[in-house]
Design a protein around this ligand. Sequence first.
Ligand code: UDP
Ligand code: MG
Length: 314
Amino acid sequence: MTTLSLIIPVFNEDDAIRPFLDRMAQLRSQFEVELGSPAKLEFIFVNDGSLDNTRSTLEHLCRNQAEIKVINLSRNFGKEAALSAGMHHASGDAVIPIDVDLQDPPQIIVEMIRRWKQGAQVVNAKRVDRSSDGLFKRGTANLFYSILEKIADQPVHAHVGDFRLLDRQAVEALNQLNENTRFNKGLFSWIGFKVAEVEVVRPPRENGTTKWKPTKLWSLALDGVTSSSTLPLRIWTYLGASIAFLAFLYAGALIVYTLITGGDMPGYASIMVAVLFLGGLNLLSLGLIGEYLGRIALEVRRRPLYIIESKEGF
Ligand code: UDP
Ligand code: MG
């Protein structure tokens, strides 16, 4: 028996759940053909502290359909934590995290299963066309990935969201990673394994509105950089060393000059420039160290990634 688990994090998505399940019902036979018989599907909805009727809708569906399972988190922990909760509870031979808003086109799953059956252990859905995303989001996403590409210690698959197929071995590997500041896209790439790629065009959201505020996306981007690279910390060693070297040269020259000519008083501009430049540099590097330090503080507390209030259907 081959089981496919779909992990669906939901935050205030009451309007989107039924259309999502309807779409899945249409595609179900195609999934089963690819999976080979006997096949089983499992839908794990992770209710990430929704404030609307998401919870009652899910619990109603769960009571009527054995393959629907629900994890209610005790508050909104964010999509990354919600995905981890789902991953810890998935029983499938293959696991696919997917958005409920149909922006991750479900028909791609057919192709993903095919690639998996051919031996790939991680099948990425690469976003080749993001025109539905709006100019700002596309621009910032491009910038983010191009920076990350240059500085990440291990390459992070660019323009691949959380929508991908992970086989059991990859899921077990991910479940072993117990860091608190989680950047799943980085971890999915970090674990390695045989990777295949299918291309998707990301359609606009079908129901409801986006649950990401720009500030949340900014934090996610910072988490992405700090969890994938230590280069931003190391830069200061080199920059600091170069500036110190130049400063020593300049100081030496100044001493010689003063000894010879007796020195000249007007030096306000050069002193101000040096003080402001070095002060600014200090603050910038301190801030950057703070970004890492804050995350270290979070890690040493060893709090759980999420808290489950209740589970249904398991
Ligand atoms: N989501 C979540 N918790 C959050 C934010 C989002 O579980 O704090 C879920 C959301 O319900 C959806 C998925 O993550 O199923 C993707 O969110 P959204 O479509 O708003 O993101 P976008 O497509 O705009 O990047
Ligand atoms: Mg979306």
